[in-house]
Design a protein around this ligand. Structure first.
Ligand code: M6R
Length: 612
């Protein structure tokens, strides 16, 4: 959504904040702003566009100061513009706020404030909040911390906020509910940010603020209390993240780097969890539920976007190996239905960021009904892993590109391990059978490496179909979610319309779309539905569709009919999605870059969707 950063300490704040905002642009990039205080005064700079536009705008202006707050925005209330950019200011221009989230009751609050003489400069919900804080402080004649606490008690919605008082420039106040906020602890300095990416180069120790907590932050003092005034003892975490993980490492884009990182991220994801020789899977994060898992007879998977596609692959795997019935739900739909959730159900929430608002809401619903909740997340310490009963981290490393790539493959790997783990606990899979499966799973990273070696070939195909107006992705079985994921990758970064469909459903509608202009991408690997997919390919061929097929190495039949093909190494049918997704990621990547699109920051998108 939005990225926020604050600094208070002995260093020049401007470079820390601008650099930090650039690192968080994946969270939002339609406008940026910084408020900074120095000994002689205060400056507030805001600009529509990226952080680089703000830098150009402030060139030659006074940017000195040791305390500052900054924001990079993904618009929710009010179009991207200079005046809607954060920081927003109180009526008397003394208080300044940066905010990630949504104040849902802002309209009601604004009406009251208008009657009390407040004037607003923007269309945002955030400006209403800082006016409310100012109003309460004036009315109650209290300090800022108490005014913030009282104001937040009146607010409905989600927020991570940092407030700077230009009249009291030795402190910042931060608070969170529903949106992430982390505080970095240095020597006589503090950093506050939406996530650790902008602060990892300065500090090793961080505190993740919990929901409903408010922090008073000075250079050498940090105190935290809950909104109900109960003082909290902060839990300090040591960061394990390495700075290089946040750099492009010689690649043109984060997305390409992350696609190429998949063999490594899968190895990291499986390390210490699979024991092929012993035919055993160990998942420390859920081991306390080992017995309970043998009794579970229904699993509900909730997720959004790419994570939902991973869930669909998980459905095939869990039903096949663990013999448990699985339902996969869009979190955004699930939360507003009247879902039947029983106490003995298991809900698995999948989320790369661990901050997706709809997924968090779905968890709350299932929690209230007494279900057991597991999380599959990548970002350590995010809201979802902190609100679930147990879970498994994907350990994919930071994913900066807005389009999910290594998050997907590692989520699928974890779902595979959960399927095996349940099967093992139930005695469905004997160690000897698991040995065979785990040996094959262990070989997937090197097989993906072989697909990555086809990068130039895939680029050539991308060049041939780059002008397509629309593309169809077809697959059967677990090839269907792979098709959905391939289509999502293409549309989100190249802006070409694309649809994923079960290959057999094509005849029930989409076949009408097919003509010589329409590239149709088939997942046509050797598996139980291979022959049937070939029939579907022939049907498209008969209507002059352009066929691009993902085939198994050594295939003869599909190659004969396809216009273009990409070979992937043979594997057990269960692991095909892990490999077959990779050429589709590369195809989308090249089509987008050939068309001049910014793949890391596609238009209108943000990395984590922390509002519904
Ligand atoms: O962080 P999450 O996995 O919860 O995010 C869910 C979706 O917003 C996300 O998967 C989105 O669809 C991808 N970035 C698309 O590539």
């Amino acid at each position: 959504m939005c990225g926020i950063i604050g600094y208070i300490g002995h260093r020049d704040a401007w470079p820390i904040v601008t650099r930090g905002l650039k690192k968080m642009e994946y969270r939002g990039y339609d406008s940026a702003g910084i408020a900074i205080v120095n000994d002689v005064g205060f400056n507030l700079y805001k600009k529509a566009g990226k952080v680089s536009s703000l830098e150009q705008f402030t060139d030659g202006k006074d940017k000195s100061g040791k305390i500052a707050i900054g924001h990079t925005r993904w618009a929710t209330h009010g179009e991207p513009s200079d005046c809607n950019s954060h920081p927003h200011s109180s009526n008397d221009k003394r208080l300044h706020i940066i905010h990630n989230g949504i104040i849902e009751n802002y309209a009601v609050l604004k009406e009251t404030l208008l009657t009390r003489g407040h004037q607003f400069d923007s269309d945002t919900d955030t400006e209403v909040l800082i006016h409310l804080i100012e109003e309460i402080q004036n009315m109650e004649q209290t300090d800022l911390l108490e005014a913030v606490r009282l104001a937040l008690n009146e607010v409905i919605g989600a927020y991570a906020i940092v407030i700077l008082d230009r009249g009291n420039p030795d402190q910042l106040i931060a608070a969170r509910k529903g949106s992430p906020l982390v505080i970095g602890i240095g020597a006589d300095e503090h950093f506050i940010a939406s996530d650790v990416t902008p602060i990892v180069e300065y500090v090793k120790n961080v505190i993740y603020l919990n929901d409903n907590e408010i922090a008073l932050i000075k250079t050498n003092q940090l105190s935290i209390k809950q909104r109900n005034n109960v003082v909290q003892t902060p839990l300090v975490h040591e960061l394990e993240l390495k700075l290089e993980e946040l750099e492009k490492g010689g690649f043109d884009d984060f997305m390409l780097k992350e696609i190429f990182e998949q063999p490594r991220s899968l190895i990291d994801c499986m390390r210490g969890r699979i024991y092929p020789k012993e035919g055993k899977v160990e998942l420390g994060g859920i081991k306390h539920y080992a017995d309970k898992l043998t009794q579970i007879d229904r699993i509900i998977i909730v997720a959004c976007g790419t994570s939902w596609h991973a869930g669909l692959v998980g459905e095939y795997l869990i039903e096949k190996f663990a013999q448990v019935s699985v339902e996969v739900e869009y979190a955004s739909e699930f939360r507003y239905r009247h879902p039947i959730i029983r106490k003995d159900d298991l809900l698995i929430a999948i989320s790369q960021s661990g901050e997706t608002a709809d997924t968090i809401a779905a968890i709350e619903i299932a929690k209230n009904k007494g279900a057991t909740i597991f999380g599959i997340c990548n970002v350590v310490g995010a809201s979802i892993p902190r609100s679930t009963d147990a879970g498994v981290y994907t350990h994919a490393g930071p994913e900066i590109g807005v389009a999910s790539t290594k998050a997907f493959t590692t989520q699928v790997a974890i779902l595979t391990l959960i399927a095996f783990y349940i099967a093992q606990q139930k005695g469905i899979l004997a160690p000897a059978e698991l040995t065979v499966l785990l040996n094959e799973l262990n070989s997937i990273p090197s097989k993906i490496q072989r697909v990555l070696a086809e990068n130039e070939h895939i680029k050539d195909i991308a060049f041939e179909i780059k002008d397509a107006k629309s593309c169809l992705y077809l697959g059967r079985g677990s090839g269907f979610p792979v098709a959905l994921e391939g289509a999502l990758k293409l549309k989100e970064i190249s802006y070409i319309h694309a649809e994923g469909y079960p290959a057999a459903e094509m005849k029930h509608g989409p076949i009408a779309l097919i003509d010589e202009e329409m590239p149709v991408i088939f997942i046509a690997t050797k598996n139980s539905s291979y022959e049937k997919v070939i029939s579907n390919i022939r049907e498209v061929k008969a209507r002059k569709g352009k066929i691009i097929a993902i085939v198994t190495e050594g295939d003869i039949h599909v190659k004969e009919i396809a216009d273009y093909y990409i070979e992937i190494p043979d594997t057990d049918e269960a692991f095909m999605p892990l490999i077959a997704t990779v050429p589709l990621q590369l195809l989308a990547y090249h089509m987008a870059t050939i068309r001049g699109c910014n793949v890391d920051q596609p238009r209108n998108l943000a990395k984590s969707v922390t509002v519904e």
